[in-house]
Design a protein around this ligand. Structure first.
Ligand code: ATP
Length: 234
């Protein structure tokens, strides 16, 4: 479904991604793991059109999207749920969800999706009129996920969905991501919590200093000596 070939991304002189090649099949949950600064978030930014790649090629269902704008990429069906629970702070929960659906006109379906999100996150339903900036961190994360789902993406990218969340909320967020995949949406997830990511994914890539050094099923990576000692605490 999505193919990245020899992706190179730079921030000025810093080469953050140095020739990443990876593939995501439709319906899969694929994890990108690696240490801080390995280039995981940068790879997602390049896919979503926020950061134009220095070189390389990104194709979605065979169509070259390397030079598409962020808006075009969203309209082609790729949603990005960025790191740091980026919600619109001055807007209510409902208005944030509306923003996720701003490229859609199917009002009835939009309301049905809103209902499904409120079923997933009853806490958001209780707070639908509340200003997002006053939500707790966990609630903002739920809202960021809900907003991404509202765009009805084919592929949804989650960047560090568990970051800064209480353990019981982390579990809930992983369950929701698993449900997103079960509903037929393809998922690409960046996660520091390597063990959880590897346990739930179909396929994973390990990035080190801007390059893929290992890939395989979640189980293969969990069983790998290097992954165990460097990322899973032995
Ligand atoms: P983390 O888990 O810490 O978020 P990451 O694997 O997602 O790490 P990136 O955020 O992709 O890593 O960063 C890759 C490299 O690019 C790092 O060396 C980082 O310092 C650099 N970098 C990221 N964003 C910028 C920026 N806006 N300007 C300059 N350098 C940047």
């Amino acid at each position: 479904m999505l193919r990245i070939e020899n992706l190179v991304c730079r921030y000025g002189k810093v080469e953050a991604v140095k020739g990443v090649t990876l593939e995501i099949e439709r319906g899969q949950l694929v994890a990108l793991i690696g240490a801080n600064g390995a280039g995981k978030s940068t790879t997602l930014r390049a896919i979503s059109g926020i950061l134009p790649p220095a070189s390389g090629r990104i194709t979605l269902e065979g169509k070259d999207i390397t030079k598409c704008s962020a808006r075009q990429i969203l309209s082609l069906g790729i949603a990005h749920c960025p790191e740091g629970r980026r919600v619109f702070f001055d807007m209510t929960v409902d208005e944030n969800l509306d923003m996720g659906a701003y490229l859609r006109n199917d009002q009835r379906e939009i309301e049905a999706d809103r209902g499904r999100i409120f079923d997933m996150f009853p806490r958001l339903a209780e707070r639908r009129g509340q200003i997002a900036g006053t939500l707790s961190g966990g609630e903002q994360q739920m809202l960021a996920i809900g907003r991404a789902i509202m765009s009805r993406p084919k592929l949804i990218m989650f960047d560090e969905p568990s970051l800064g969340l209480a353990p019981n909320i982390v579990e809930q967020v992983f369950t929701i991501i698993d449900n997103v995949r079960k509903s037929g949406t393809t998922v690409l997830m960046v996660e520091q919590n390597a063990y959880s990511a590897l346990e739930m994914c179909d396929y994973a890539y390990l990035l080190e200093t801007g390059a893929v050094v290992l890939s395989g099923s979640g189980k293969e990576l969990i069983d790998d000596e290097h992954v165990r000692s460097a990322y899973l605490g032995g």
